[in-house]
Design a protein around this ligand. Sequence first.
Ligand SMILES: Nc1ncnc2c1ncn2[C@@H]1O[C@H](COP(=O)(O)OP(=O)(O)O)[C@@H](O)[C@H]1O
Ligand SMILES: [Mg+2]
Length: 225
Amino acid sequence: MKQIEVKGLTKSYTNGSVTYDILRGIDFDVESGEFISICGPSGSGKTTLLYTLSGLESHQGGQILWLGKEISSMTDQERARMRAHDMGFVFQFYNLVPNLTVYENVMLASVIGKQKSKDEIMACLDLVGLKNHHDYYPAQLSGGMQQRVSIARAIINDPKVLFADEPIGNLDHHQGILIMELFKMLNIKLHTTILMVTHNEDVTRYGSRVIHMQDGKVVKDERNS
Ligand SMILES: Nc1ncnc2c1ncn2[C@@H]1O[C@H](COP(=O)(O)OP(=O)(O)O)[C@@H](O)[C@H]1O
Ligand SMILES: [Mg+2]
């Protein structure tokens, strides 16, 4: 099943009289259950692509179809619901609420999403290996553990698609590998579709497919064997 279809996608920013073309005609489809790494040099448009695919930013040209429906034709309310119920987001800097515990950070996402029970939230923390840390505060945890909290928060509403932007960019090698293993497990066990931006070529092997970007275009799209 096609989860996302991207056709001739363009996006530009205008600053005064100058227009910068950031995405310059992008085409690809995402099948449900794929684990895609998006890789390319800094400034090539990777983050902008993730933000437009998730409807966080608007696009100018082309189409983005989410399960066959153009996202720019959705109402603000439909887009907000799609993000809360069908999408999860993981960022380089975990963006946790510092004065809430691990459990509360995940619960907060559930409140605006699918209203999970305490047991379900604990099961989710167990899945990312943090059950015993549920009452810790973010500052008491290592970077890798904080990223696990943000992954639990991203998956608590059983999203169809998990978007991750440089999720291991701030971690050492060992912690980065553990996070990649976690993504792989979620992809296999929960069948969550994953779109992960990275500029670390080494970790693209965790995915089933690698999309290479350069200057706002897809220059290579290859499947891992
Ligand atoms: N809000 C913005 N206004 C103007 N230019 C932007 C904006 N956001 C990103 N850009 C520019 O778009 C290009 C691509 O950025 P980005 O998508 O963040 O690339 P990447 O994630 O691959 O490093 C960069 O040249 C960046 O400076
Ligand atoms: Mg980026």
